[in-house]
Ligand binder design. Structure first.
Ligand SMILES: *[C@@H]1O[C@H](CO)[C@@H](O)[C@H](O)[C@H]1NC(C)=O
Ligand SMILES: *[C@@H]1O[C@H](CO)[C@@H](O)[C@H](O)[C@H]1NC(C)=O
Ligand SMILES: *[C@@H]1O[C@H](CO)[C@@H](O)[C@H](O)[C@H]1NC(C)=O
Ligand SMILES: *[C@@H]1O[C@H](CO)[C@@H](O)[C@H](O)[C@H]1NC(C)=O
Length: 258
């Protein structure tokens, strides 16, 4: 399948003029770096792509894990990369308010997944910048349009927890039927020092490798969480409520058996 510069719509005047499309606001000022980096790299790619002629091919089989993912190990031999999604949502935490020395405890997450297979296979660096930039656009605006701003990626699924330690990924939408199921943690490594911080300076959550817990549909066997942005809780519960959410964005790479 060809990737007909799905990037171009993000730059076209008509897209920006569309009434509902999220707009930059003054409140974004501290975060403009991530967004301007994204548009700068995008502009460069558009130029390069015009010069190169035909649209690049969206071929996930050529994509390998970023070097920083090495501590997580390579996917189990025989699996193939079926899908790459950008996840945009919140990590949930709880605090025991009766304990003055309590630290936040992870309590699930909720994210919408957007189809980034094509852009990631053709331009991994654009995809990484997009993951960073997307944190600075509102979840509610994405939900309303069913698109990931600022790139216009369509929804490919959802991610939430079925219990305290069981992440669920559903990749069955009217457009794509890629499977669904639950996973457990296989490996974890701290996000690189260069990882982008969250909206309020929160550290990036670790990179992860998850393995299927039960029998998943679509052959889904392993998921890598990479290129994380934000999502970490503060070090202590001081001044925090009993439950709270921290915004994050990330990439999820889904490996399946054929
Ligand atoms: C959506 O995901 C499927 C499966 O990974 C892929 O074949 C397709 O190219 C993707 N579409 C876009 C627009 O990325
Ligand atoms: C209070 O929180 C600290 C830090 O998590 C923990 O070590 C301690 O056991 C907690 N105390 C109670 C009474 O739960
Ligand atoms: C992670 O997955 C690999 C490959 O299947 C396996 O060898 C290893 O034991 C797993 N580690 C954990 C902690 O589950
Ligand atoms: C946490 O996540 C759930 C979805 O799993 C969501 O419905 C809930 O509102 C979130 N926030 C808090 C503060 O619990």
């Amino acid at each position: 399948m060809r990737c007909p510069l799905l990037l171009v719509p993000a730059l076209s005047a008509s897209t920006w003029a569309a009434p509902a499309f999220p707009k930059f606001t003054a409140a974004l000022a501290p975060n403009v770096q991530a967004i301007s980096d994204y548009f700068n790299i995008l502009a460069t790619k558009v130029q390069e792509n015009r010069a190169a002629g035909p649209a690049p091919i969206c071929d996930l089989s050529k994509l390998s894990l970023p070097i920083e993912a090495e501590p997580l190990g390579q996917p189990t031999p025989g699996l193939y990369l079926k899908h790459v999604a950008i996840g945009r949502g919140t990590q949930n935490y709880t605090c025991d308010l009766s304990n003055s020395t309590a630290v936040p405890q992870a309590f699930g997450a909720l994210a919408t997944l957007y189809n980034a297979s094509c852009v990631t296979s053709a331009f991994p660096d654009v995809s990484a910048m997009l993951t960073r930039a997307s944190l600075h656009f509102d979840i509610a605006d994405n939900d309303a349009l069913q698109r990931l701003a600022p790139a216009d990626l369509p929804v490919s699924g959802i991610h939430y927890f079925t219990d305290g330690t069981t992440p669920f990924f559903g990749l069955d939408t009217p457009q794509w039927h890629l499977g669904e199921g639950t996973f457990g943690k296989n490996a974890s490594t701290a996000a690189p020092l260069t990882a982008a911080k969250g909206k309020k300076g929160e550290a990036a959550v670790p990179w992860l490798r998850l393995a299927a817990k039960g029998t998943n549909t679509g052959g889904l066997q392993e998921v890598y969480r990479l290129e994380t942005v934000g999502g970490s809780a503060p070090a202590t519960c001081k001044g925090m409520p009993a439950s709270f959410e921290i915004q994050y964005s990330t990439q999820y790479w889904f490996y399946a058996s054929s």
